[in-house]
Design a protein around this ligand. Structure first.
Ligand SMILES: *Cc1c(COP(=O)(O)O)cnc(C)c1O
Length: 430
């Protein structure tokens, strides 16, 4: 399959090239030149995620150097359960639990798949591959976990000191070995700027091969589509109806994976984005005016995005606003509504939700009766134990930490403190 840049269809790459580069040379994002079409009958009669993932991804990797290794890559990356849990609601609603990976959030899917691909692509190279990742919390932990102990690859994680939660910091700093965690004296924007400056600096690039693992890499979007393949097929086989989704959204990577799965032909109906009080996308959907802005801090912090990068891919797919608003919708949820919804879900559904998933639960309540007569899936993006400061006072009990996460939290902290200057980052790289 051929990929093209969102900014110029003549800027092309194979999937492997796009995985290595991250961003296209013209600053655009890679998207498929044309989407494959698959019918329900094209998928094996199984609920096995690696088998379904292989059937979905094979056309994207057709002719690519990684095609022959795709089966191993998905087998290795998706080695944890992905339960679709029926909720105790009057209508047909289920929770898609994407938080059973090593760092207890959906970003494990993308990070583990990308790591499997890059490790294989890099095998024949003499030079060390250095992955630079700026994180506001969740991404860095997932990427560090996925690349830990991979030979020939090192990871430098940059996070803003004092601006990530205590448990997030533990997941960023517990690794050692080939992972270097830098706590930067600055903000998330400073961390992103340092990564960009390092990429642009010729003396850095001369000594090492640099790559990034942020959410614009297509190697994170494609694997995320696989849990939509699995859950929509399961729903369709159970009910004969399309599955409808509510996706907690920030940078729009997760929801774009759902849109792509539907585009390929999976039995998916409506796709509704749940946002926190960052209203850039909801304002665009209602006005047609695209006005990115600075992000606001909310309880659903992994969705605190004011200029979502994957909007460029969504608008490339549906350039006309009139068409786009027929394909996806979105609603915004306030912090007080998040809190109230966590309490209600605990009481009535016996489900402890993280603040991001609570946005999806709140949006479900705002759907019409006619909409709720269909099967809906709330996408649960993180385990509530990642956010005890918010969740525990609301539900009135401790939230048990899953064993894989508990192990990470028990490891000693290894961190390098740096100033928000390129010279400081270069000293770490030296
Ligand atoms: C990253 C993240 C989101 C937002 O996902 P996008 O792909 O950026 O839209 C939502 N919830 C959690 C827990 C996350 O870590």
């Amino acid at each position: 399959m051929k990929l093209i840049s969102t900014r110029n269809p003549h800027v092309q790459a194979t999937v492997s090239e796009a995985l290595r580069r991250g961003i296209a040379p013209d600053g655009g994002l890679y998207v498929p030149e044309a989407f494959p079409r698959l019918t329900v009958a094209a998928f094996p009669q199984t609920d096995d995620l690696p088998a379904l993932a292989h059937a979905f991804l094979a056309p994207f990797f057709a002719g690519d150097t990684l095609a022959g290794q795709l089966r191993d890559i998905v087998q290795e990356a998706f080695d944890f359960p992905v339960p679709l849990v029926r909720l105790a609601t009057a209508q047909d609603a289920s929770l898609l639990e994407l938080f059973h990976g090593p760092t207890a959030a959906f970003k494990d899917f993308g990070a583990r798949f990308l790591a499997g691909c890059l490790a294989r692509l890099h095998q024949t190279s003499e030079r060390t591959l250095t992955i630079l990742v700026a994180t506001s919390g969740d991404t860095g932990g997932a990427v560090a976990a996925a690349f830990h102990n991979r030979p020939g690859i090192e990871v430098i994680v940059l996070y803003p000191r004092g601006l990530v939660s205590p448990r997030q910091e533990m997941q960023l700093t517990c690794w050692g070995g080939n992972i270097t965690s830098c706590s930067v004296e600055g903000t998330f924007d400073d961390c992103q700027r340092l990564v960009k400056e390092a990429f642009a600096d010729p003396t850095v690039a001369a000594h090492r091969e640099l790559s990034s693992a942020n959410s614009i890499n297509i190697g994170r979007l494609l694997p995320q589509a696989c849990y939509y393949v699995q859950s929509s097929l399961a729903t369709y086989r159970r009910t004969g109806e399309l599955a409808n989704y509510i996706v907690p959204s920030g940078n729009l990577g997760n929801v774009l994976s759902c849109v792509w799965a539907r585009r390929v032909g999976l039995p998916i109906g409506e796709i509704v984005m749940a946002f926190n009080e960052n209203r850039t996308v909801t304002d665009y959907l209602s006005s047609g005016q695209w006005q990115p802005r600075a992000s606001l801090a909310t309880l659903a912090s992994a969705m605190d995005v004011g200029n979502p990068s994957n909007m460029e891919r969504l608008r490339h797919l549906h350039p006309e606003w009139q068409v786009l608003i027929g394909q996806v919708s979105g609603m915004s949820v306030s912090d007080s509504e998040i809190k109230a919804r966590i309490q209600t879900a605990e009481r009535t559904l016996k489900q402890t939700l993280c603040p991001h998933t609570a946005c999806a639960a709140e949006v479900y309540e705002r759907l019409t009766e006619a909409q709720r007569a269909k099967p809906w899936i709330w996408v649960a993006t993180a385990h509530p134990a990642k956010f005890p400061e918010t969740v525990e006072p609301l539900v009135g009990h401790e939230v048990a930490v899953p064993p894989s996460l508990a192990r990470l939290l028990s490891l000693p902290k290894q961190v390098t403190e740096i100033k928000a200057e390129l010279s400081a980052l270069k000293a770490v790289l030296a």
